[in-house]
Design a protein around this ligand. Structure first.
Ligand code: CA
Length: 499
């Protein structure tokens, strides 16, 4: 049965609940929404064939479902990128239309908030509760949308970033398994399985740290030991970003235990080993939950959505954190498996995380809330379309203002930096088909090439100042401005009109 047929039958069955036999015949689908904290899609083999990470459960999800190559978070106005990202997931609102955002002015000049006061009533769990779903959530504490999270009928939260069963990712899976054990009745369920890893501190389990040659390094005075089992340096590794990223004192760039300000190969490879240890443990924990759903006879009627709140640098472009708009950090992994989705399928999508809410509603035959601004990507899951939009906008505005902006259309991507009170005003223009890793001229230094195994001179670089591409740059700059206006971005960059 196609997704469209299913959707029709789900709606029909909702309308005809009094006809018990028909309603039983078409059971409404369950949802398992898996959100990991801080993971670049390029950790995963399904996005990066060079990756050494073993993630058999995620590979299997991809083999049985659809992989999205163009999934993004819209950005952040805070150093804790998690916070707006998770607001967008829960509410389906765009980044400048979230609670308390929309104006840089305070007091009498302040614009009204773009978020309605009753928004919590129109968030994921509230909407699914009203539709008769059982809703349950486990996740880390904090950096999220508390008023929306409070709507889940069952909530078991704690921040678990340790290397044992009780202190690590197994704890989150245990909460879901306990919930499935205790659950009464036949209503469909929406389970939000949020992990606290691979966010730092990346204290993996002993066996997985050993597998990836990593140690939980805690001594600032020494480097972690070299180990051939560690992941290789990322292909776009740099020992330093070529200019200031714009957020002085940023925790992720200077305070992560085991990394601090260091970007040397030994430190970065060890940290990637720690990341992979946490990634593989998450994979195991998802496997436990899927096995239980299978034994309960629910797996075939469950949509499993795997994603992250945003990506992560860890040595790419000389950065360590999540406060940039390169592809490794702006993009997120997104894999969806469920009834009617073709096995082993792949699509561009051009989706934001804020599209998840309306998509889940669509798949469940529920009307999305009126406050939703996302677009359902059900037509992509259905195989009817490859993408749901052409243009993508991104912002990082948590440090010095106005911050970083990017826009993408087709193969072309523009990034602009207006930070450090005007001291850094930079433009980057990439053709991602020719230069998917966003190589800069610094990547062509012999020392970097010898470390990453890259071939000198074999890649296109930043084209922003190449006269051959001046028309393309102008076109992309105009597109960025129109997206800023459309989305109520309250800031303008140094070379933009102020309206
Ligand atoms: Ca995060």
């Amino acid at each position: 049965m196609s997704l469209a047929d299913r959707r029709f039958l789900v709606i029909a069955s909702c309308l005809m609940l009094s006809v018990a036999s028909f309603a039983e015949e078409v059971k409404r689908p369950n949802f398992l929404f898996v959100l990991v904290d801080d993971q670049s899609p390029f950790d995963l083999k399904v996005y990066n064939s060079r990756s050494k990470l073993d993630s058999p459960v995620i590979d299997q999800l991809a083999a049985e479902g659809m992989v999205f190559d163009g999934a993004y978070h819209m950005g952040s106005w805070a150093g804790a990128v998690c916070t707006p990202s998770r607001h967008m997931i829960m509410s389906g609102r765009t980044v400048w239309h979230l609670p308390r955002r929309g104006s840089r002015k305070r007091g009498a000049d302040a614009k009204p908030s773009f978020a309605p006061a009753d928004l919590p009533e129109n968030t994921m769990a509230a909407v699914f509760n009203r539709a008769g779903y059982d809703t349950m959530r486990t996740c880390k504490n904090g950096n999220s949308y508390a008023a929306a999270n409070a709507k889940f009928q069952v909530s078991r939260t704690a921040t678990k970033r340790g290397g044992t069963r009780e202190t690590g990712s197994a704890w989150h899976a245990d909460q879901v398994l306990d919930y499935l054990n205790d659950r009464q009745g036949d209503d469909p369920f929406l389970i939000y399985l949020g992990f606290s890893h691979p966010h730092d501190t990346r204290d993996g389990t002993e066996d997985l740290l050993a597998k990836y040659g990593a140690v939980n390094h805690k001594d600032r005075k020494t480097l972690p030991p070299e180990n051939a089992r560690q992941p290789e340096l990322p292909v776009n590794y740099l020992p330093a970003h070529p200019f200031h990223h714009g957020h002085p004192g940023l925790r992720d760039e200077v305070s992560v235990s085991g990394v601090w300000e260091r970007r040397d190969p030994q430190t970065i490879r060890n940290e990637l080993g720690r990341e992979f240890a946490c990634d593989e443990n998450i994979d195991r924990q998802i496997g436990r939950v899927l096995k239980r759903l299978d034994s309960l006879g629910e797996l075939d009627n469950t949509y499993v959505i795997y994603t992250a709140d945003h990506g992560m640098a860890i040595g790419r472009h000389g950065l360590q954190g999540k406060q940039n708009l390169y592809q490794h950090t702006w993009r997120v992994p997104l894999i969806v498996k469920g009834p009617g989705i073709s096995s082993g399928s792949r699509a561009t999508g051009n989706v934001y995380l804020l599209d998840v809410l309306s998509t889940l509603c669509d798949l469940a035959g529920i009307e999305p809330p009126v406050t939703n601004e996302g677009h359902s990507f059900e037509p992509v899951l259905e195989g009817e379309r490859d993408a749901i939009r052409e243009v993508l906008y991104g912002v990082y505005c948590g440090g010095t203002k106005p911050g970083i902006r990017c826009v993408k259309k087709g193969d072309w991507k523009l990034i602009k930096y207006d930070v450090m009170d005007g001291a850094v005003q930079k433009t980057q223009l990439f053709n991602l088909r020719e230069n998917p890793h966003e190589f800069l001229s610094q990547h062509h230094a012999p020392v970097v090439n010898s470390l990453t195994g890259s071939v000198p001179g074999s890649h296109q670089l930043n084209l922003a100042d190449d006269p051959k591409y001046s028309a393309k740059r102008k076109e992309m700059e105009a597109l960025l401005l129109s997206e800023q206006r459309r989305l109520d971005d309250p800031y303008r960059l140094w070379d933009q009109p102020q309206n």
